[in-house]
Design a protein around this ligand. Sequence first.
Ligand code: CA
Length: 235
Amino acid sequence: MVHILVVEDEPSLRQLLVNNLGFEGYSVDAVEDGIPALAAHQSRRADLIILDLMLPAMDGFQVLAALRQRKDPVPVLMLTARGEEADRVKGLSIGADDYLVKPFSVLELSARIKAILRRTQPQAPAQVLRSGPFRFDLPALEAFRDGSLVDMTPREFRLLEILITHAGRTHSRNELLSLAWEPDARPTPRTVDVHVANLRKKLGEDDLGRPYIATVGGEGYRWTLGVEAERPLEP
Ligand code: CA
């Protein structure tokens, strides 16, 4: 069951969120401030945190920063009464997954939550994935395009694996570095660019001449196609 932590100081909105999320079949915890939020997440890991920005003691930015500082990738949907672009940009730049401005409809909230969970929930541990013309055999570290093996290094395959198993999600260079390189290897973000450039050459382009790995906002990379698990053969 997907577990959601609600962090909202306004009692009526908190209750509304708890009721609606519970109704939608999520397991829900709710707290009213940042410090209890971190404690609640520590004692029971949330699959998603709905985090109000303005909180009495420790605000949403601080909670988010604390989570990301300890390399916690839990998806965070930020809520705020302030619709200012600066807050939105700040929230996203320090690692929020999405942002919703109050007042919002519960339908909008529900759609955003589902979109985040689709991007971030680990799928059934599929071993072979299909995406457009590609087939990826994860245990064998093999990629095929239209049935032909695409030759790549294990590091390139690892990068590709991160992108395709979180298809649609943008990974920053630093995130890719920490996921695909050993901590003591200390390559630079430029190294990621070089590997992505090599991967693009090897994977080719789509019908419109675009690479399958998109550069997003000059900041990171994203796999552009949908990905699905290959159905196992019937016995
Ligand atoms: Ca508030």
